[in-house]
Write a protein that binds this ligand. Structure first.
Ligand SMILES: Nc1ncnc2c1ncn2[C@@H]1O[C@H](COP(=O)(O)OP(=O)(O)OP(=O)(O)O)[C@@H](O)[C@H]1O
Ligand SMILES: [Mg+2]
Length: 385
């Protein structure tokens, strides 16, 4: 700060002045209540390029861009600081040589002992470098996101075209053969192939719609115990003898409001994945219980029924893990997996206001946890009503 008389070096005010003058990374200066500069430190000179005698007595709008001045930005900041005691701003400022820098500025009202406003303290930092790196990081993130999106899209269209092509080949060749066949039994057999291929196509689109969350759900109140029982009966024949299926159901499970058919498909998908991950002998454990979430799982709150499918399989490699919910992502050999199972699980969990989480360690096994909102107990409704 500038002062005409030589100050007493032991006065606290002098020490403060020394301190403020020593700061070179921040522009620290004072304005009078109308916005005219009354003091100037070394940092202000370094950042803005003006010496104290060039700038004291001039209005602080001098540091704003012509457009900001036209928009009334300096006045607005001043008014806000006078009304609320403080104002903060981030934006372009102009140096003496006309170049611009990105500034982070704070304006604080200073009052005397009687509460009268005597001026404003202005602190400005040049954060151009910080802004540039943040922008660069944003641009890189956007590029990465775009690349991932394109890859997923390529995989989606490639996978779709491939699967539908296979089905169309079956339909067309069977239809051609049926047209020329004289044997009614053979024609019947070929027509069955056509219906089967058509149904698989319909199933494929259903799974896709479910991932895209455009599937129409038929929501009912479902009893988890009944659902697990019917799912097990479907699964029994599909499990090899040396894979043991264990189940643990907590007592008094609440009802859940979901599409029962979809949930069954979800559980089957999880159980089939568990089965496929086990080479030789192993164990799958299906555990169902109630948990209270307070935001730790995808920000969900409240009571949820949690279905855990544990397996003692090969686990999931860390580089595979981020991709398992992508449609058509599969590590299974050609003809073994479509890569749509977990994308259906994901779409279902989201559309049912729940979540799907995975914990896996390579060589040890995997646990997939599905959370679905629990219904409050009310005696009027029966399960699956
Ligand atoms: N329990 C698990 N253990 C190990 N890897 C798993 C497990 N569940 C899923 N994965 C991995 O995630 C990939 C994607 O699973 P997803 O169910 O979507 O497709 P898929 O099983 O390959 O084919 P689909 O289910 O359509 O027949 C699998 O190929 C596999 O690599
Ligand atoms: Mg699967």
């Amino acid at each position: 700060m500038v002062s005409a008389n030589r100050p007493d070096p032991f006065m606290p005010a002098y020490r403060y002045e020394q301190l403020v003058q020593a700061v070179v990374d921040y522009a620290i200066y004072m304005l009078d209540p109308s916005g005219y500069v009354v003091s100037w430190n070394a940092g202000a000179e370094r950042i803005k390029g003006y010496r104290a005698e060039e700038v004291i007595g001039r209005h602080f709008s001098l540091f704003f861009t012509p457009q900001d001045c036209l928009d009334g930005r300096p006045e607005r900041l001043l008014r806000q600081a006078l009304d609320q005691g403080v104002a903060q701003d981030e934006g372009w400022r102009v140096r003496k040589d006309g170049t611009q820098f990105w500034a982070l500025a704070a304006l604080d009202v200073i009052r005397d002992h009687h509460g009268q406003v005597i001026g404003l303290a202005k602190i400005t930092r040049d954060i151009t470098d910080r802004r540039d790196s943040a922008l660069q990081l944003d641009a890189m993130r956007a590029q990465l996101f775009q690349a991932q999106k394109l890859e997923a899209l390529g995989q989606l269209t490639g996978g779709l075209a491939h699967d539908f092509n296979n089905l169309l080949t079956i339909i067309l060749s069977s239809a051609r053969l049926a047209l020329v066949s004289k044997d009614p039994a053979r024609t019947q057999n070929l027509l069955e192939h056509i219906v089967d291929a058509g149904q698989r196509g319909a199933q494929l689109t259903r799974q896709l719609l479910s991932f895209a969350r455009h599937q129409q759900f038929t929501v009912t109140r479902v009893n988890p115990v009944e659902l697990v029982a019917s799912t097990r009966s479907l699964l029994e024949h599909a499990l090899p003898d040396d894979i043991e299926l264990e189940q643990q159901l907590a007592p008094d499970l609440p009802l859940i409001e979901v599409d029962a058919g979809q949930l069954q498909m979800v559980l089957l998908n999880l159980l089939f994945n568990a089965r496929d991950a086990i080479e030789g002998a192993g164990q799958i454990r299906l555990e169902v219980r109630v948990v209270t979430l307070v935001g730790e799982v995808e920000g969900l709150h409240g009571q949820f029924v949690r279905f855990d499918v544990h397996d003692t399989g090969q686990g999931i490699a860390p580089y595979v893990l981020p991709r398992i919910f992508e449609p058509f992502f599969t590590t299974k050999p050609f003809g073994k997996g479509t890569g749509l199972g977990l994308s259906q699980v994901y779409g279902f969990a989201k559309q049912s206001n729940g979540a799907i989480c995975v914990a896996s360690s390579e060589g040890q096994g995997t646990c997939m946890s599905l959370y679905l909102p629990a219904q409050q107990h009310d005696g009027d409704l029966q399960p699956n009503e």
